[in-house]
Design a protein around this ligand. Structure first.
Ligand code: HEC
Length: 156
């Protein structure tokens, strides 16, 4: 019966090792923890769908602009008076401007237009995308997890 406390210690160590592994698995999860802000959505959708022609800040300097014979700057183009017309151009297209009503919903259309309005006139700056490593979650150390498991096994 002298072994009993040791056996209990081994059980506790094993439970800790399991918990460590569970945390390790969890921190690899890519499920977002919060909804993106309107600004973040604007920046993401702009970068994906619009900047190739209009440029990163809507100044008409995207890599495809030259092939289109030049694209006007959007700086100053989006005002309360023009917002409806601008929304119509994005939804339905116009000349070389593709239509996006099938791929970008009305809410995101408003978010991109507000974002590019504020970016193009310098009112806001693009947010640098946060690298995954800076999530604040301590990276699991597989070596440490193995050590804990080995210790638990030793105590049996
Ligand atoms: C294939 C290139 C291309 C892509 C991609 C593109 N555009 Fe355009 N866009 C144009 C061209 C060309 C025009 C015509 C006017 C010009 O020369 O700027 C235009 C016009 C516009 C206008 C009207 C500007 C004005 O002053 O009348 C808005 C607003 C606009 N685009 C927003 C967007 C948004 C938002 C996206 C992404 C969802 C987007 N565009 C994607 C090429 C593009």
């Amino acid at each position: 019966m002298q072994l009993r406390p040791l056996a209990r210690a081994a059980a506790v160590s094993a439970a800790l090792a399991t918990a460590t592994l569970a945390i390790a698995a969890d921190s690899n999860s890519t499920v977002p923890t919060k909804r993106p802000t309107d600004q973040e959505t604007g920046q993401t959708v702009w970068a994906q769908s619009c900047s190739s022609c209009h440029g990163p800040k809507g100044l008409g300097d995207g890599p495809l602009a030259a092939a289109l014979g030049g694209v006007k700057t959007l700086k100053g183009a989006i005002t309360p008076a023009t917002l409806d017309a601008m929304t119509g151009v994005v939804r339905n297209g116009k000349d070389k401007m593709p239509a996006y009503s099938e791929t970008i919903d009305a809410g995101d259309t408003r978010r991109i237009l507000e974002w590019i309005r504020d970016i193009s006139d310098g009112r806001i700056q693009p947010k640098i995308a946060k690298p995954k490593d800076e999530s604040g979650i301590k990276k699991p150390d597989p070596e440490a997890a193995r050590e804990v498991a080995a210790e638990a096994a030793d105590q049996e």
